[in-house]
Design a protein around this ligand. Structure first.
Ligand code: ATP
Length: 210
């Protein structure tokens, strides 16, 4: 089994590339999805977040008010670290359980973990390989403005909060260039999955991850 992190920058095409890997037979675990699962009402992380931030962080339906929480943690490093400390161990528990289940079923599989903030959270050493979904910054900006209808300045602000995508290139094992057409991206995904499948067969059940 090989466990591979898929990362990028906002709007660089992580979800698009993850779907393509899934189409090619890889198992995909989506960290953003797990991050939402672990904070569902009455789960341990949900309780801890209310203890820490107070009940005013809840929406009327008892789910977390994500935009209120985002506003707090984006402007205060200590709060952000506290939130990460409450959620990340639970996200890893969930993903480790999924990985274990996949390993039992299919010990030579390729597992792709879609993890947008891999480098920002210094998690890169945990994985066998790293794939970067790459587009130049100008393309990130254009695609996010088009997809989310945000102002250019707002997207600039979000881009500036991440490690620049150019910097992430040198720490990645595979770079999927997603600035061209989708067919071009898919061809690169096919080449990479073949290499990873070879690796998974060689490694059997041995992955350094998780
Ligand atoms: P986020 O950081 O918000 O999670 P992401 O990295 O997952 O984004 P996607 O949502 O996959 O990125 O892609 C961003 C936008 O660019 C989407 O609207 C998507 O449809 C579009 N897109 C992705 N790849 C391509 C491509 N090769 N050609 C044209 N448009 C693309």
């Amino acid at each position: 089994m090989v466990i591979v992190a898929l990362t990028g920058g906002i709007g660089s095409g992580k979800s698009t590339v993850a779907r393509m890997f899934q189409d090619e037979g890889a198992y995909v675990i989506d960290f953003d999805f797990l991050a939402r699962v672990v904070v569902e009402p009455d789960k341990p992380a949900w309780r801890d977040i209310i203890d820490y931030f107070g009940p005013e962080i809840l929406s009327p339906d008892r789910t977390l008010n994500r935009s209120a929480l985002a506003e707090i943690v984006f402007s205060d490093d200590e709060s952000r670290k506290a939130l990460e400390g409450l959620t990340h161990p639970r996200i890893f528990e969930e993903s480790d359980a999924l990985i274990e289940a996949i390993k039992r079923k299919d010990p030579s599989s390729v597992v792709i973990i879609d993890l947008p903030l891999l480098f920002e959270l210094s998690l890169n050493k945990k994985f066998d390989k790293i794939i970067l979904a790459y587009v130049p910054r100008a393309v990130q900006l254009k695609r996010i403005v088009e997809r989310d209808g945000l102002a250019k300045e707002e997207v600039e602000k979000r881009l500036n909060a991440q490690i620049p995508i150019e910097e992430k290139r040198s720490f990645s094992d595979y770079i999927i260039h997603n600035e061209g057409g989708l067919n071009d991206t898919r061809n690169q995904v096919r080449k990479v999955i073949h290499e990873l499948e070879d690796l998974a067969r060689k490694e059997g059940g041995d992955s350094k991850c998780c």
